[in-house]
Design a protein around this ligand. Sequence first.
Ligand code: ATP
Ligand code: MG
Length: 349
Amino acid sequence: MRLVVLPGDGVGPEVTTAAVRVLRAAFASRGLPLDIATRAVGWAAVQTEGAPLTDDTIDACRAADAVLLGAVGHPDAEHAPAHLRPEAGLLALRQALGCWGNLRPARVPDGLIGASALRADRARGTDLVVVRELGGGLYYGEPRGDDRGRAWNTLSYTEDEVRRIAHLAFRVASERRRRVTSVDKANVLETSKLWRRVAEEVALQYPEVIFESMLVDRAAMELALRPSRFDVVLTSNLFGDILSDQAAGVVGSLGALGSASVGGDTDLYEPVHGSAPDIAGTGRANPMGAIASVTLMLRTTGGLPELADDIDASVEACLGDGLRTDDLATPADASPPVGTHAFTSAVVD
Ligand code: ATP
Ligand code: MG
C-alpha cells in the first residue's frame, strides 16, 4: 500500500507518528510491503513552503492509495490572511480529492465501560457508524449570502447525490450488523422528502439489511438514550456533522475516534479531533483516533481487514489492562495515565 502522511500541526505529528508505528508493526508482522511518504500541511507547511497546501502535495496525495492526516490549526495562525490559514489547506485538500462520503465509526470499547459516569451503562455496546454525505447539501448550496440584515443558505440535493451515499451506507451495513437508519426531516423539508424516497428505493436492493427512516430530532434523542440500537446512520451533510459529534460524546473523548472520507481520487483518513494546541508537545495526546483511522484505512481502502482486526484487538487489550491516556483517565483508575508513546508501544507489543 502507498500512503501519504500529512502530520500537520499541534498534536497531529504526535498522533500520526503513533499510528504509523502501529501500521508498520502490523505490516511487518505479515511480511507485507508498505510505502510511506510524509509531507507538510497546514501551518507547518506555511512555515516551510509558504502555503498550507502545495500543488506538489496534492499531486502526491492523488497518486497514493490513501492519505493519513493528523490535524491542522495553530494559535499563531489566527490573524494570518485567509490564504495562509491552516484550515484553508485542509478544505482545499478535501475539495481536490473530491471525497463525497464520510464514515465516522463510534464505538465504546468494553475496556472503557465503567471508566466514567458518561461511559457507563447507557453507552455499553455502542458500535455505530455515521455515514455522512460530504459533498453537497446546505454547506455548498447556492445562492448563499448576507445582505442588509438578512442571511440565507440553500439546501439542495439531487437524487444521484443521495443514491451514491445511500449505496455506501448499505454496503457498510452489509459488512456489519445489517441495519441502516436513514435520518432526515421529511415532515418539513423538500430535500428530506427526496432523501427518504431515494433511501427507500435503494433499500429495496439490499433485502438482507433492515432499513428504517427516522426524523433527526427523534434520532438525536435515541442517540442520547439508546446509542447501542444504531448500526449504520445514513444522513446528510448538516445532520451528519451534528450527529457524529454527538456520537463522539457518547464515547467520551474526541481523542478516540477516527474517520474516513471516501469517493474521490484518494481516500482521506483522519482522527476527528483537531490540533489540540492546549496539549500539543506534552506527549499526552491520545493516539486512539489516529490508530482507529488507520484501521478504517485497512478495511476500506486496503482490503486488509485481518490487519485491522489485529490492531483493534491490541488496542482493546491495552484498554483492558487499564492503560489509558489523560483524556480517558479517571480518579478511580488503578494506575496513573500513560503518555502517547507508552500507549503506542503497548499496542505495538
Ligand atoms: P481545531 O480548531 O484544530 O479543531 P479545537 O480546539 O477546536 O481545535 P481540538 O483540537 O479537537 O479542537 O481540541 C478540543 C479538546 O479536546 C482540547 O481540550 C484537546 O486537548 C482535546 N483533545 C483533542 N484531541 C485530543 C487527543 N488526541 N488526545 C487528548 N485530548 C485531545
Ligand atoms: Mg475543532
